[in-house]
Design a protein around this ligand. Structure first.
Ligand SMILES: [Zn+2]
Length: 150
């Protein structure tokens, strides 16, 4: 899926990309390599983008969606994988919008919390408010969260 560099990264993200490439290849080679990097990122698929940004450049300021292959700076970390949007994280977990709205993405974390606190309630019976309350207690332990990379 084609994606313009300006759609992948903020201006500061693009500056960071330039700096990382420059550090990797040196000032002189930069002028040759950087346009090739941009072309590969814009025209390549998620695998190509992952190879360049994560495997080779090891950047901190963005991630590649493992569902649609988009590069993004704000999105989901989901149990070791990344997703650029709510739609993609729903696909990743195989859950519906309704389940997503009921925080099913945090199901494992919520169930662990209920077990740990010897709370016999079932996750499916909890209201949104009750889930919100639990989330306040477990946010640090979540294996899925929405965040931004910088
Ligand atoms: Zn995506």
């Amino acid at each position: 899926m084609k994606q313009k560099l300006s759609e992948m990264l903020s201006e500061s993200g693009i500056e960071k990309l330039k700096a990382v490439v420059k550090e990797k290849v040196g000032d002189k080679a930069f002028d040759f390599i950087y346009p090739a990097v941009v072309k590969a990122l814009e025209e390549g698929d998620g695998e190509v983008r992952t190879q360049i940004l994560i495997d080779w450049l090891d950047v901190e300021f963005c991630r590649v969606c493992s569902v649609c292959g988009k590069v993004f700076q704000e999105g989901w970390y989901n149990m070791g994988e990344y997703a650029c949007s709510d739609e993609c994280v729903m696909k990743q977990d195989g859950i519906s919008k309704e389940e997503f709205d009921k925080f099913q993405i945090y199901k494992g974390t919520i169930e662990n919390y209920l077990a740990d606190t010897e709370d016999s309630r079932n996750i499916d019976d909890l209201t949104k408010e009750e889930i919100d309350e639990i989330m306040d207690n477990v946010l640090d332990e979540c294996d899925a969260y929405y965040t931004s990379w910088e």
